[in-house]
Design a binder for this molecule. Structure first.
Ligand code: DUC
Ligand code: ZN
Ligand code: ZN
Ligand code: ZN
Length: 481
């Protein structure tokens, strides 16, 4: 099967070029001047499919390096399965995810890894890899790290919050980081001071402050800044590389920027919700609606300028990439568990379908360049997590993971309404009964999506097959020397 994507503007992290892209089987065979022949052959006549990308961008497929499909969490389970979540990702121009294998205390790390392989196998629409969560780090967890690296799981997430669920103490973190410094793993951190948060939550509930808004107020930026600093110090002490997940506070960004200025291998990820949404959105929502935006780290106050600072940090490279932390829950029966007690609202927002569109708005509004859009959403994730060359770039030899993006198209997010204002049904494909992004109007549209050379989304919608996606056996981070 040969496909030619012609007359588009190819956008890589390194720049843009008018070019035709020839895909042979799974792989990009050539990137050519528009209308080129190959050794006298008319390419267009010798391929099976021609996609006309005139006036459109041809970009490497999005890589969302932070998702939680089917995650058992908060007394329930994230509502997207690997099947529904990866299909929604495909709709939105994401062609790879890196999902988190969850290990709770008392569970064996490798057992959990095998369980996640089973959950995903044969169900994914796009390629997938895994990070491993280590809870309550023990000797056996450290041994498992070496074995997992051989399996292509080269990054490990630890938590400074969620006591009894995920939390590791500083000594446990130190030991895991020592191991990471030794075996080349990327150490990932949920950086929030859980002890502070637990007391603030208890005090809020005792004072009768039970609405969703208090989720954010009881997870203040000071708890994020302090934990980010502490994680950086442990990384510095051990020599381990550190990747701070879901950074939302500008003060945490400043900690990461300062560490990078000192020459440390410290990296930061943010998510669309921290660029667009705020604590004030949650406060303004009627009744229990604020639960839609309960996630951790929480949304931050607009008055404090976190969102503005975060966009700036994407431009200046103080923050290196954007993932979603896709952790979807329905309102009905899931978020609703927290009516009368915000601490029982399952933490998470679903955005895997919208990340490419939402980040493209940064190009539209002049906050990031076109190549930076690709870098933040595809190229850096590929390099950070050991996939670059096959993923994250349009070049010969790379996988044919490609999105044709129409800058003149339009995408409406959320629940559509008829002229009377009544909902007409979902306009997203995630398994959620609401959208955190309802009402967002996007300049731009995902036209066509190819996964390893196969068209899985076109203007008629999703046309792939369950099980198209394959496991990505990742290497070590390509940011480390
Ligand atoms: N934060 C969330 O919002 N959900 C899953 C876990 C996390 O750290
Ligand atoms: Zn987290
Ligand atoms: Zn997460
Ligand atoms: Zn469409």
């Amino acid at each position: 099967m040969k496909t030619l994507i012609k007359n588009g503007t190819v956008v890589n992290a390194t720049g843009t070029a008018s070019a035709d892209v020839l895909i042979d089987g799974d792989t990009i065979a050539a990137v050519l001047a528009p209308g080129s022949t190959l050794l006298g052959f008319d390419i267009e006549r010798n391929v099976d499919t021609v996609i006309d990308a005139t006036g459109k961008y041809v970009i490497p497929g999005g890589i969302d390096a932070h998702t939680h499909m089917e995650m058992p969490f908060g007394g329930t389970q994230a509502s997207d399965t690997f099947e529904t979540g990866t299909r929604a990702a495909a709709w939105g121009g994401t062609t790879s995810i890196v999902d988190f294998v969850v290990q709770y205390p008392e569970e064996q790390v490798l057992d959990r890894y095998h369980a996640w392989q089973e959950k995903a196998a044969g169900n994914c629409a796009i390629d997938y890899g895994f990070h491993q969560i280590l809870s309550d780090v023990q000797d056996a967890s450290l041994t498992a790290m070496d074995e997992l690296i051989d399996e292509g799981v080269t990054s490990f997430k630890l938590f400074m919050a969620y006591k009894g669920v995920f939390l590791s103490d500083d000594g446990q973190i130190l030991r895991a980081f020592q191991k990471g410094a030794d075996n080349g793993a990327m150490m990932m951190m949920h950086a929030e001071n859980g002890a502070i948060i637990d007391v603030l939550v208890k005090q809020a509930l005792e004072a009768g402050n039970t609405s969703p808004y208090y989720h954010g107020l009881t997870r203040p930026w000071q708890a994020e800044e302090e934990a980010t600093h502490r994680a950086i110090m442990i990384a510095d002490l051990t020599g381990a590389p550190l990747y701070v997940v879901h950074v939302s506070a500008k003060q945490a960004v400043e900690q990461i920027a300062a560490a990078r200025d000192r020459g440390l291998n410290v990296f930061g990820e943010t998510c669309p919700q921290y660029l667009y949404l705020s604590l004030e959105d949650q406060l303004g929502a009627p009744g229990f609606e604020g639960a839609k935006w309960v996630c951790s780290t929480p949304l931050r106050s607009k008055h404090e300028g976190h969102q503005h600072h975060m966009w700036q940090s994407l431009r200046t490279n103080d923050i290196q990439m954007v993932s979603t932390d896709h952790c979807p829950f329905c309102m009905k029966d899931q978020k609703e568990m927290g009516v009368g007690d915000f601490s029982k609202i399952p933490n998470g927002i679903g955005s895997v379908e919208h990340r490419m569109d939402l980040m493209y708005q940064g190009v539209v509004t002049g906050q990031i360049t076109l190549p930076r859009w690709v870098e933040l959403t595809s190229t850096t994730p590929a390099r950070m997590f050991g996939m670059y060359g096959k993923k994250g770039v349009i070049q010969p030899g790379a996988d044919g993971d490609i999105v044709v993006y129409d800058p003149n198209g339009h995408t409406s997010i959320g629940l559509g309404t008829d002229p009377s204002g009544a909902p007409t049904g979902r306009t997203h494909h995630m398994n959620m009964d609401y959208s955190a992004w309802e009402g967002y109007e996007i300049d731009g549209h995902v036209d066509t999506v190819l996964s390893r050379g196969k068209v899985i989304v076109d203007e008629s919608g999703y046309i792939g097959t369950k099980g198209d996606g394959r496991y990505i056996k990742r290497g070590l981070s390509q940011y480390l020397i």
